[in-house]
Write a protein that binds this ligand. Structure first.
Ligand code: SF4
Ligand code: SF4
Length: 196
């Protein structure tokens, strides 16, 4: 594991996150979003603010540089029953638009990096998810993925044959990833972020 002092995470950790500010930003912004199941980094920044986005990005960089998730092979993805997980992929096939749960809920292996920041990010997610105006609506539904089925059933139906072919070995994993990303793009086009 690389020295933390040499990691970009050190900056994020020192900056910390303003939990109340991130929750306020989310509650003030989420109404513009038609879906929050599959979001880009930029959309996550809009939703939670710059310091939360920077902390998430720093953890992501740390994982990539240290090989933390790639060496594990996606135990959490498999255990949660994510429909786009396959051990044949080297990484999450929808990493650029992965769900909020995949971004905010770091497993215990991240605790050694910066446990306080891990807990702060988890708390932000949970507070937003359980906020009164969110907890019973479609936004909460699309925050509680993966599995993707409940929020994106059509996407899952379209991706299923691709995943079957990848698992059976009849489709090259890279081609599978491209097909999955096209389905995600189609899903996102159908649920565009509303303009301000
Ligand atoms: S978050 Fe944890 S369990 Fe999931 S892939 Fe990364 S190291 Fe593995
Ligand atoms: S969407 Fe989330 S659970 Fe599914 S493979 Fe990607 S990181 Fe893992």
């Amino acid at each position: 594991m690389p020295e933390l002092a040499a990691s970009p995470l050190r900056q994020g950790a020192e900056a910390g996150v303003d939990e109340a500010g991130a929750i306020d930003t989310f509650l003030g912004t989420v109404g513009r979003f038609a879906q929050v199941a599959l979001l880009t980094d930029e959309e996550v920044r809009e939703l939670f603010g710059a310091d939360s986005a920077a902390a998430l990005a720093a953890f992501d960089r740390y994982s990539r540089e240290s090989g933390l998730c790639s060496s594990c092979g996606g135990v959490c993805c498999s255990e949660i029953g994510c429909e786009v997980y396959s051990p044949r992929f080297q990484e999450c096939p929808i990493h650029a638009t992965r769900p909020l749960l995949c971004r905010f809920h770091f497993c215990h292996r991240f605790d050694v990096v910066d446990k306080q920041l891990v807990i702060a990010l988890r708390d932000i997610f949970l507070a937003c998810y359980t906020a009164d105006q969110i907890s019973r609506g479609t936004i909460a539904k699309s925050m509680s993925v993966p599995p993707l089925e409940t929020a994106c059933p059509a996407l899952v139906a379209n991706v299923q044959p691709v995943m079957d072919a990848v698992r059976e070995g009849s489709l090259d994993p890279q081609n599978g990833i491209e097909l999955i990303r096209k389905e995600v793009e189609r899903y996102r086009r159908r649920h565009l972020v509303a303009s301000t």
